[in-house]
Design a protein around this ligand. Structure first.
Ligand code: MGD
Ligand code: MGD
Ligand code: MO
Length: 663
C-alpha cells in the first residue's frame, strides 16, 4: 500500500485506493482479486477525463491539474464549462483578462448597477449587503430578468424576521425589465443603439457628448464598425426579440447616460444560452461606450458560483492548453506536458455516450445530475470502465458509477486538516479576484477522512512514474510547499503567498484591465460586433406552441444537492416538479392551475426527450416562456444545445412543447 494514502494519524487503516498503481493495476494480487474487469494496465491518457467542480482549493486544483498533465492529458473540464465559460472567452478577447474587473471599492463608488440574469438573494446573498448600502446611497439599479425575483425587488434580511417587521423594506431595483428568455442580446443592442443615437443627436446639436469619445479614441478598437451595426439595427427587431418596448429600453439608456460611473453584474441568465458569448460581448460594448471599465466605481462583474471556481482556472484547471503556462510547468518539473486541446464538458459527455472514455475522475461534482441528456448519460456511465469520485457528500453519481467505481470521501473545507507538519490552511480566489487563506476549524466527520490534497497526491504518486521534482509526499505533508510551487509557476500572482493570503480581505490578483492596460491582440479594448446578430437564435420556437424553457435554482438547493421542496422567494411549496407558465398561455392551451403536464423537447436529432409529472403553475413570466427546476429537468436538455464559442449547455432556453395529460 503506498504510504501516502494511509491516514497520517491512523496508519493501520486499510485504503481502497491502494490497488491503484499503473504498472500493476488491476492488481488482483494486491486487492484479493476483486477487480476482474478487463482494463489493460495503464489506460490511454486521452481516454481519461479529470473533472473539477468548483470547490477544490488553489493548491489542490494545482496538484490535480499537474497529475492529469503528467498522466498525459489536458482533459480537464470543470464546472465553469457549464457556468461562466462565455465570460472567459469574451473578456479575454474584449479586455484582455479572463475575469471580472469590479472590486469591493468599486461597489462603494458606483452610481448605477445593471443586473442581467443573476438572482442575488438566492445565489449570492452576501452581495445583498453591498446592494443595500448602494441603494441607501441612491445608486440606480436596473434589472433585466424574465422573472420578478423577489430578492432583486426589495431587500429583506431573511436572517432577521424581526428586522423585516420593523424596518421598511429597501427597494432594490429602481427599474425592472421583464424581458423574454433569451432576449438580452436584443435588449443590449437596443441600449447601445439608444446611447449611440443620443450621442449622434448631441453632436448634431453641438452639446456635450454622450459617449466617452476620448476613452474610445485612446483605448478602444472596433467602435466605428459596432456603432454602424447598432445604428442599422432595427427597433422593430429589438422589440420583437427582447419582448420589451422601445420606451422601456430608452428609459434604461437615459439613466445610464446620466450615471457618471456604472457597472454590470450578470449570471447564468446570460451565459446559459446559445448566443451567450455574443450577449456578453454586447454587455462589454455597452460599458465601453461610456468608459465604464478601468475606472473607480465601474466595471464588469460576472457573479460566480462555487467558492473557488474562478481560482481553479487560475492554477491550471482548463482543457485549453493555451490558457496554461505549459512551458513553465515543463521547466519546473522536467516532463513533456501534453499540447493537444483537451475535452470540455460537452465533448467529454459526447465521448462518454459514444463509449470512447475509459475513466472519469470527479474532484467534487455530480455529473449524472448536472449535465444535459440524463437519459443518455446514465446508461453510458454504467458502461464506463472506471469512475472515481472524490467527494464530501454521497450523491446520485455514487449510485450510477463505472464498472469499477471508487468513492473517495474527503474532508470538507470547514473541517480541521492535520498533516505531519501540523494544521493546514488552504487558499481560494473569489469572484472579485481576491486570493485568501482559509483554515478548517470543525472536527472532521470521521477521524479516518483524508484531505483532497492527500488523496490526489497519493493517486498521483501511485499512478505516475517517479519524478523527484514532483514531490507528492512532501506536498501532502505540508501544503505551504504547494504554495511555494505555485509561486514558481505563477510568480506574478502567487509571490510571497504565505504572508499575503492572510492580509485582511486577501490580496488582489493583478488584473491589468483595471489599470486600462489591455492585454489583447490589438493592445486595446475591443468593441466586438457579433457576427450572428441578424440570425434568430431561437428558430424552433417561431411556432407559438413551442416555449422557451429556463431551468431554475431555488434558495433550498446548492446545485444538485436539494435541501428542501419549498421555494420561499417564489412562493412554491412542497414540490419542485412544477412548470411555471404565463397565465394567458395557460388559458390559450386550456391548462388549469395544478394540471399534470408532459414536456417534450423540440429538437431535430431524432432523439425523443419527454418527461411527465410536472404540475402547471401560473406565474408572472413573459408569454411564450416557461420555467422548471434544475436538475430535475436535465433529461430534457439536448447535449447538442450549447452556446456557440463557449460550449456552455444552453440551460436557460430549451425549446419545449407543453402537453396536457388527460385527467
Ligand atoms: N443557494 C444557492 N446558491 C448558489 C447555487 C445554488 O444552487 N443554490 N449555485 C451556485 C452556482 S454554481 C452558480 S453558477 C450561481 C448561479 O447563480 P445565478 O447566476 O443567479 O443562476 P440561476 O439561478 O440559474 O439563474 C439566474 C437568473 O437568471 C434568470 N434568467 C433566466 N433566463 C434569463 C434570460 O434569458 N435573461 C435574463 N436576463 N435572465 C434570465 C432567472 O430568472 C434567474 O433569476 O449560484 C451559486 N450559488
Ligand atoms: N439544467 C441546468 N443544468 C445545470 C445548471 C443550470 O442552471 N441548469 N447549472 C450548471 C452549473 S452553473 C454548474 S456549476 C453545474 C454544477 O455541477 P456539479 O459540479 O456536477 O455539481 P454540484 O452539485 O455542485 O456537485 C455537488 C457534489 O460535489 C461534492 N462536493 C461538495 N463540496 C465538495 C468539496 O469541498 N470537495 C469535494 N471533493 N467534493 C465536494 C459533493 O459530493 C456534492 O454531492 O451544474 C450545471 N448544470
Ligand atoms: Mo455554476
Amino acid at each position: 500500500m503506498p504510504e501516502l494514502l494511509t491516514h497520517p494519524k491512523t496508519p493501520e487503516m486499510p485504503r481502497q485506493v491502494a490497488g491503484f498503481k499503473s504498472e500493476s493495476w488491476p492488481a488482483s494480487s494486491r486487492n484479493g482479486g476483486r477487480h476482474q474487469i478487463g482494463i489493460p494496465g495503464r489506460l490511454p491518457s486521452e481516454s481519461a477525463v479529470f473533472y473539477t467542480s468548483g470547490r477544490a482549493s488553489l493548491g489542490t486544483s494545482y496538484l490535480y491539474s499537474l497529475f492529469a498533465r503528467a498522466y498525459g492529458t489536458n482533459n480537464l473540464p470543470d464546472s465553469s464549462n457549464m457556468c461562466h465559460e462565455a465570460t472567459s472567452v469574451v473578456l479575454t478577447k474584449s479586455i484582455g483578462v479572463p475575469v471580472g474587473t469590479v472590486t469591493l471599492e468599486d461597489c462603494e463608488h458606483t452610481d448605477l448597477i445593471f443586473f442581467f440574469g443573476q438572482n442575488t438573494g438566492t445565489n449570492s446573498p452576501r452581495m445583498l449587503h453591498q446592494l443595500e448600502d448602494a441603494r441607501r446611497r441612491g445608486v440606480q439599479i436596473i434589472t433585466f430578468n424574465p422573472l420578478r425575483e423577489r430578492s432583486l425587488e426589495r431587500f429583506e434580511n431573511p436572517k432577521s424576521p424581526a428586522e423585516m417587521l420593523i424596518k421598511p423594506a429597501t427597494l432594490i431595483s429602481t427599474q425592472y425589465h421583464q424581458l423574454m428568455i433569451g432576449g438580452d442580446a436584443a435588449a443590449l443592442m437596443g441600449l447601445c443603439k439608444a446611447v449611440i443615437e443620443m450621442d449622434d443627436n448631441a453632436q448634431a446639436m453641438g452639446s456635450a457628448r454622450v459617449i466617452d469619445h476620448e476613452f474610445i479614441e485612446d483605448h478602444c478598437a472596433g467602435f466605428d464598425k459596432f456603432a454602424a451595426a447598432a445604428r442599422e439595427y432595427d427597433w422593430d427587431d429589438i422589440v420583437r426579440r427582447s419582448g420589451l418596448s422601445r420606451t422601456a429600453i430608452e428609459a434604461a439608456a437615459v439613466v445610464y447616460t446620466r450615471a457618471p460611473r456604472a457597472m454590470a453584474c450578470y449570471g447564468m441568465g446570460l451565459t446559459q444560452h446559445k448566443n451567450g458569448v455574443e450577449t456578453i460581448q454586447l454587455l462589454v460594448n455597452l460599458l465601453l461606450l461610456r468608459g465604464n471599465i478601468g475606472r473607480r466605481g465601474t466595471g464588469i462583474c460576472p457573479v460566480r458560483g462555487h467558492s473557488n471556481v474562478q481560482g481553479q482556472r487560475t492554477v491550471g484547471i482548463s482543457e485549453k492548453p493555451e490558457l496554461v503556462p505549459l512551458d513553465r510547468l515543463e521547466a519546473q518539473y522536467r516532463f513533456a506536458a501534453p499540447r493537444k486541446k483537451g475535452l470540455n464538458i460537452i465533448e467529454a459527455c459526447e465521448a462518454l455516450v459514444n463509449g470512447k472514455l475509459q475513466a472519469v475522475f470527479q474532484l467534487g461534482g455530480n455529473l449524472v445530475r448536472s449535465v444535459p441528456d440524463r437519459a443518455r448519460i446514465e446508461p453510458a456511465w454504467r458502461e464506463l470502465p472506471l469512475s472515481v469520485s472524490i467527494a464530501t457528500k454521497l450523491n446520485r453519481n455514487h449510485l450510477i458509477h463505472g464498472k469499477i467505481g471508487y468513492i473517495l470521501p474527503c474532508l470538507g473545507r470547514s473541517e480541521e486538516d492535520i498533516q505531519p507538519s501540523g494544521p493546514q490552511a488552504v487558499s481560494v480566489e473569489d469572484s472579485i479576484a481576491c486570493i485568501h487563506g482559509s483554515r478548517g476549524r470543525r472536527p472532521p466527520a470521521s477521524p479516518n477522512l483524508l484531505s483532497e490534497t492527500r488523496i490526489i497526491a497519493g493517486l498521483a504518486k501511485a499512478t505516475l512514474a517517479p519524478n523527484p521534482l514532483m514531490d507528492w509526499a512532501g506536498w501532502a505533508d505540508d501544503y505551504s510547499r504547494i504554495r511555494t510551487a505555485l509561486g514558481e509557476t505563477y510568480p506574478e500572482i502567487f509571490h510571497d503567498m504565505e504572508r499575503r493570503m492572510w492580509l485582511p480581505g486577501g490580496f488582489p490578483r493583478p488584473i491589468k484591465a483595471r489599470e486600462r492596460i489591455w492585454q489583447t491582440e490589438s493592445q486595446r479594448a475591443n468593441f466586438i460586433t457579433p457576427e450572428g446578430l441578424k440570425e434568430d437564435p431561437h428558430p424552433q420556437d417561431s411556432h407559438r406552441d413551442v416555449f422557451r424553457m429556463m431551468t431554475l435554482r431555488s434558495n433550498d438547493q446548492f446545485n444538485t444537492t436539494i435541501y428542501g421542496y419549498n421555494d420561499r422567494f417564489r412562493g412554491i411549496k412542497g414540490t419542485r416538479m412544477v412548470v411555471l407558465l404565463n397565465r394567458d398561455d395557460m388559458i390559450r392551451l386550456g391548462i388549469d392551475e395544478g394540471d399534470m403536464l408532459m414536456l417534450e423537447t423540440v429538437w431535430d436529432d431524432g432523439i425523443e426527450r419527454k418527461m411527465s409529472g410536472f404540475r402547471a403553475t401560473g406565474y408572472d413570466i413573459p408569454p411564450g416562456c416557461c420555467a422548471t427546476y434544475y436538475p430535475e429537468a436535465n433529461a430534457l436538455m439536448p447535449l447538442s444545445h450549447y452556446a456557440a464559442g463557449s460550449f456552455t449547455p444552453a440551460a436557460k432556453s430549451i425549446p419545449i412543447r407543453v402537453i396536457k395529460l388527460s385527467n
